[in-house]
Design a protein around this ligand. Structure first.
Ligand code: PLP
Length: 473
């Protein structure tokens, strides 16, 4: 369609001014609830939206007149106000089947851990002071001793996330020099965190060795020179090279490090723990267990606090005394250190494991749920939802995912609800549920909304049913 300039101008002229819209009764009503400055901004956005549609030829003068008479502007201002009031961090019922869902905040911590975090946030706390002497000490002293007890490491340090951990050791050992990495491990971890880019920014020259599918220890050995600052191994979290492959074992890399005096470091990513008192997570055969990585003799090993470990966001580095102390002395550490709430949460999570209660960690619980247990939950939920005429519900076998690049090739057998509705298309239903109260995040697959009970937390079932009831005609 040819856009006629005079027609466009005629349409633009139909639009009332900001002040006029502000006098509309419904708009004035919102101003009473939120304040005039905020409403003025909403009115500008509503008018801007209409202008864009007119300019794109989506609204003719006649259409526009009709809609304006029907109260379109007030309706748009109200809709913007509603949408704005639903923004920000709030509780979500996760039925996406992705356990460590980055969009939904990854690992939810144990209720007792959350209490500790709330205590640290809302009060003064013992953070950088020794209770006996009253003198200053390090904020992660206690955390480090807990990590040493749990993993068998000599020393530990905690930073804001695992990306910060990678930055810290690259910067500490590699700045102005080189880091040797296998070609098969030059990964992008998501959120555009690319190992080669981080190296450049950390002032480290990347030396790639081996090929995409095969790297041997001699490839590393031959690349070591005067400028070598560290040997880096990166867990290829979110992809897998299969077929004719060869990867350097961490023990070999540790030994080469020892022999040459170059720190050998492993970015583990997820941080799987297996030990006495913890029911194994079975299907994670390929994930390196943290304790095993420490035992291999590497100088440092890093992993996230909020992936398989099941704690708050953090990057934990465990390893040898000398390497950890060098990182602690790097001024960059001050910029990436942890805050008191995350520290309280990590201490709490570690203490649960040390007390033999690690099986209670929500992430581990969700990952361990059996297909039989989930079948029962799915049938129970289906029975409740089937009472609502708006929805048709089927129970079907499906697969859940650990998520966040943890064990990309692992799928967990589950049973889901396949929800369809004559009233809502799947995408619309998913949106209504996201915007509802409580907010529910499922997953659209073909013509149905999938509700995977694996990722439900204690007490979520009632809220989930409420959310569907609210949409029932
Ligand atoms: C997830 C991941 C990271 C980033 O960790 P964050 O805690 O999200 O910063 C780095 N390296 C690997 C291998 C990962 O899997």
């Amino acid at each position: 369609m040819r856009v006629d300039r005079t027609a466009l101008e005629a349409a633009f002229r139909q639009l009332p001014g900001v002040d006029e819209v502000l006098r509309f009764k419904r708009v004035a009503g919102i101003a009473g609830r939120t304040g005039r400055t905020e409403v003025t901004a909403l009115v500008r956005r509503a008018l801007e939206g209409l202008r864009r549609e007119i300019a794109a030829g989506e609204l003719s003068v006649t259409d526009l007149k009709e809609r304006l008479n029907a109260g379109e502007l007030a309706a748009r201002v109200e809709a913007l106000f509603e949408a704005d009031s639903k923004r920000g961090i709030r509780r979500v019922i996760n039925v996406s089947g992705v356990v460590l869902n980055t969009g939904l905040g990854r690992a939810p911590v144990h209720a007792e851990v959350a209490q500790r975090m709330a205590m640290a946030a809302s009060s003064f706390c013992v953070l950088e002071v020794d209770r006996i002497s009253g003198k200053r000490n390090r904020r992660d002293d206690h955390l480090s001793s807990l990590l040493c007890r749990l993993t068998g490491c000599e020393a530990a340090i905690a930073v804001n996330n695992n990306a910060a951990a990678v930055l810290l050791y690259l910067q500490t050992f590699g700045q102005g020099g080189e880091a040797i990495v296998s070609r098969g491990e030059l990964v992008e971890i998501g959120g555009s965190f690319r190992v080669p880019d981080v190296m450049t920014r950390a002032g480290v020259k990347l030396v790639e060795v081996g090929t995409t599918n095969r790297t041997r220890i001699d490839d590393y050995r031959q690349a070591i020179g005067d400028d070598t600052g560290l040997l880096l191994k990166v867990h290829t979290s979110n992809f897998k090279v299969i077929g004719f492959t060869e990867e350097v074992a961490m023990e070999e890399l540790a030994e080469l490090g020892l022999e040459t005096g170059v720190p050998a470091i492993f970015d583990l990513g997820s941080g799987l723990f297996e030990m006495e008192g913890l029911t194994p997570l079975g299907q994670f055969g390929d994930e390196t267990v943290v304790q095993a990585a420490v035992k291999s003799g590497l100088d440092a090993v890093s992993f996230s606090g909020d992936k398989l470990f099941g704690g708050p966001q953090a990057g934990l580095i465990v390893g040898k005394h000398k390497a950890i102390e060098a990182m602690r002395k790097n001024p960059i550490y001050r910029a990436v250190r942890l805050d008191k709430t995350a520290l309280a949460g990590l201490e709490g999570t570690l203490q649960l494991i040390l007390d033999g209660r690690g099986d209670e960690i929500p992430t581990r619980q969700m990952l361990r749920r059996s297909a039989d247990e989930l079948h029962e939950t799915a049938k129970r939920l289906a029975a409740s939802l089937s009472e609502l005429p708006t929805f048709q519900v089927e129970v079907a076998a499906d697969r859940s995912q650990p998520g966040s690049g943890s064990a990309p090739d692992v799928f967990l057998d589950t049973w889901v609800l396949r929800v369809t509705s004559s009233r809502f298309k799947p995408d619309a239903l998913a949106r209504e549920l996201r915007m509802g109260e409580p907010s529910v995040f499922g997953r659209v697959q073909g013509d149905a909304l999938i509700v995977d009970p694996r990722t439900l937390l204690d007490g979520d079932e009632a809220g989930l049913i409420e959310a569907f009831q609210a949409l029932d005609a």
